[in-house]
Design a protein around this ligand. Structure first.
Ligand code: HEM
Length: 163
């Protein structure tokens, strides 16, 4: 039977049913994909957070640019005055890579110890997170990955903020 014949046989009611069915299938497929994506982010599946952030290269670009900005911004630069930025950049990139379930081995201090004497205020911490968010956007990482990384880093606030 030709497509034209098939169309001619469709009553308006059948057409409505068909359209509803197609829309229903499309919505179900989209929801299932979104759920699979969110689940694999948590379990480290094929769309793992680390990969979505661009691997070591993507993460290093994001953290390097964030540190370049916080260490020169008048609102946060005081803390970085005597810090060796090259070593700090390596350490922060490795830490974030590990937080994102990447293959990196972080051997630095805990967040509590490394920031203990710095007197970092809530405002300083929040600004760094805002800059980090902006740099993840600039790197074109998916929104779901950005939110997941920021969600994982959020608890460090209570260890880092002292001011
Ligand atoms: C999500 C937020 C943050 C994360 C994940 C983070 C991560 C790190 C890591 C991994 C280190 C290196 C520790 C080591 O190598 O032993 C470090 C050190 C440091 N962080 Fe943070 N940090 C955060 C927030 C901040 C903020 C808001 C500031 C200042 C405004 C800051 C300033 C510093 C400084 C100055 C050091 C070097 C301390 C030293 O060498 O004595 N950090 N941070």
């Amino acid at each position: 039977m030709k497509f034209q014949d098939l169309r001619a046989q469709l009553t308006p009611e059948r057409k409505r049913h068909l359209i509803t069915l197609v829309i229903g299938l499309a919505v179900s497929w989209t929801l299932a994909s979104l759920m699979a994506c969110a689940t694999s982010l948590k379990t480290g599946g094929p769309t793992a957070l680390y990969q979505q952030l661009g691997g070591v290269a993507g993460i290093t670009q994001i953290t390097d640019r964030t540190l370049d900005r916080v260490s020169t911004d008048p609102r946060t630069k005081r803390t970085f005055a005597n810090v060796k930025m090259k070593a700090l950049k390596e350490s922060v990139a490795t830490y974030v890579c590990k937080v994102a379930d990447g293959p990196c081995v972080y051997e630095g201090e805990t967040m509590r110890n490394s920031h203990a004497d710095l007197g970092i205020s809530g405002a300083e911490f929040d600004l760094m997170v805002e800059i980090l968010r902006d740099e993840i956007n600039q790197a074109n990482a998916p929104t779901v990955a950005k939110n997941e990384l920021l969600r994982r880093l959020a608890p460090t606030r209570r260890d880092i903020v002292k001011g």
